[in-house]
Design a binder for this molecule. Structure first.
Ligand code: ZN
Length: 90
């Protein structure tokens, strides 16, 4: 007869946290920690298929400091990109 005993063990796992935000153009640290809530300067391209039961996507994205975001916007506008202005109050 084999006697089995259950016990709880702690498992160590490695996770990745983004603790420093660097501009993907000038590599300077983005100091504003409200980056994701108020001042979001990000270019994001997502391709794939999404269905209610699941899907598959690939996303490419880059983050920019405020100065470089201005440069990126000016550059894109110079090749014909028209930015849509969306204002929100809540
Ligand atoms: Zn920058």
């Amino acid at each position: 007869m084999i006697k089995e005993t259950k016990r709880k063990v702690m498992k160590e796992v490695e996770i990745t946290e983004r603790t420093e935000y660097l501009c993907d153009l000038c590599k300077e640290e983005i100091m504003d920690r409200s980056f994701f809530s108020r001042d979001s300067f990000r270019v994001k391209l997502t391709r794939g298929e999404v269905f209610p039961e699941g899907g598959s996507t690939v996303t490419e994205q880059a983050y920019f400091c405020e100065k470089c975001a201005g440069t990126i916007k000016t550059t894109l506008e110079s090749i014909g990109v028209v930015f849509e202005m969306i204002e929100k109050d809540y």
